[in-house]
Design a protein around this ligand. Structure first.
Ligand code: ADP
Ligand SMILES: N[C@@H](CCOP(=O)(O)O)C(=O)O
Length: 291
């Protein structure tokens, strides 16, 4: 039996819809894999009652099939499903890394990204790579059809997870089909600023780049209190605030000295609109680790 820890991730970061992602230092899924004649799945941990154990419906089942690596797979969920923290991706990433090792398939971490993304297609309808890439490779990742570019960045982050469920599949339905050319121009500017900030470990530049006028405004209505939480985080010192992945988690970048006050402000703002939440004071972390 082999054990893998794969971290939660925050995708998009505003300007990088379906492209940017970061591995978070915490929370994480722990996945154990053991060779078997056919794939079976057992799920425990946070939100496990909402996660199917049928290999056709669980992200790890699609990964086992793609790697032709049948196994008994035990998933201990640390990342709540439908959180915007790459919950389905964390399990898929762990399974891809674990089964590749168990069956000695010889794929590189980068080659495992599209394989793990097959799991994402099962739950959200699209094989988007932006969560599985950082969960497998760590750091800040830029995932495109040409492959994955990784930057080992060090930026303090605060992720505030409200007690609301937003499924990625539903949140993808509200994404506008078109954007104006001015929006394209501003998005390129913000994405370039954010990438530059990651290279320089600069929370101000990263925060400035966490901006978007296309996808995020269309999704904000799915999160009660989003605008209030964003304003409160900025007032407490956040350098940038946006929806994490498809939501409902709201993610903020900040200086380390402001992490605690930003977290408290976000939780209080959710509380004021009657929504309970929890805060992860975290940072950009490593990718999946085999024990
Ligand atoms: N291994 C898994 N871990 C988490 N969710 C899973 C898994 N396999 C299937 N799912 C399903 O995926 C959905 C959650 O995925 P998604 O909406 O993308 O949330 P998140 O934003 O947290 O990744 C739920 O319907 C859940 O039942
Ligand atoms: N780019 C995707 C990311 C979904 O992330 P998740 O953590 O909510 O699964 C999207 O925005 O739809």
């Amino acid at each position: 039996m082999l054990t893998v820890r794969a971290p939660a991730t925050s995708a998009n970061l505003g300007s990088g819809f379906d492209v940017f992602g970061v591995a978070l230092d915490r929370p994480a899924d722990i996945v154990r894999v053991e060779k078997a004649a056919k794939t079976t799945i057992e799920v425990t941990g946070v939100g496990s009652q909402y996660i199917p154990e049928d290999p056709e419906k669980n992200t790890v089942g699609a990964v086992a099939e793609a790697l032709e690596a049948p196994a008994h797979i035990e998933i201990d969920k640390g990342v709540r499903p439908a959180s915007g923290l790459g919950s389905s991706a964390a399990s898929a990433a762990a399974a891809a890394v674990g089964l590749n090792e168990l069956y000695d398939r010889g794929y590189s971490r980068e080659e495992l990204v599209p394989i793990a993304a097959k799991g994402e297609a099962v739950v959200s309808g699209d094989a988007h790579d932006d969560n599985v890439a950082p969960s497998i490779m760590g750091g800040f990742t830029i995932a495109t059809d040409e492959g994955v570019t990784k930057v080992d960045a060090d930026i303090p982050l605060v992720a505030c997870l409200p007690d609301i469920v937003v499924s990625t599949r539903d949140a993808r339905r509200v994404v506008p089909e078109t954007a104006r050319v001015e929006q394209l121009v501003e998005t390129v500017g913000w994405a370039a600023t954010l990438t530059s900030g990651m290279h320089r470990n600069d929370p101000e530049l990263v925060g400035t780049g966490m901006n978007d006028t296309v996808v995020t405004p269309a999704r904000a209505d799915l999160i009660d209190g989003y605008e209030q939480v964003k304003a409160a985080a900025h007032a407490a010192g956040a350098t940038g605030v946006t929806i994490s992945g498809a939501g409902p988690t709201v993610i903020a970048a900040c200086h380390e000295s402001d992490q605690r006050s930003v977290g408290t402000a976000m939780m209080d703002a959710f509380d004021e609109v009657g929504v309970q939440s929890r805060v992860y004071q975290t940072e950009i972390g490593d990718g999946a680790t085999i024990y």
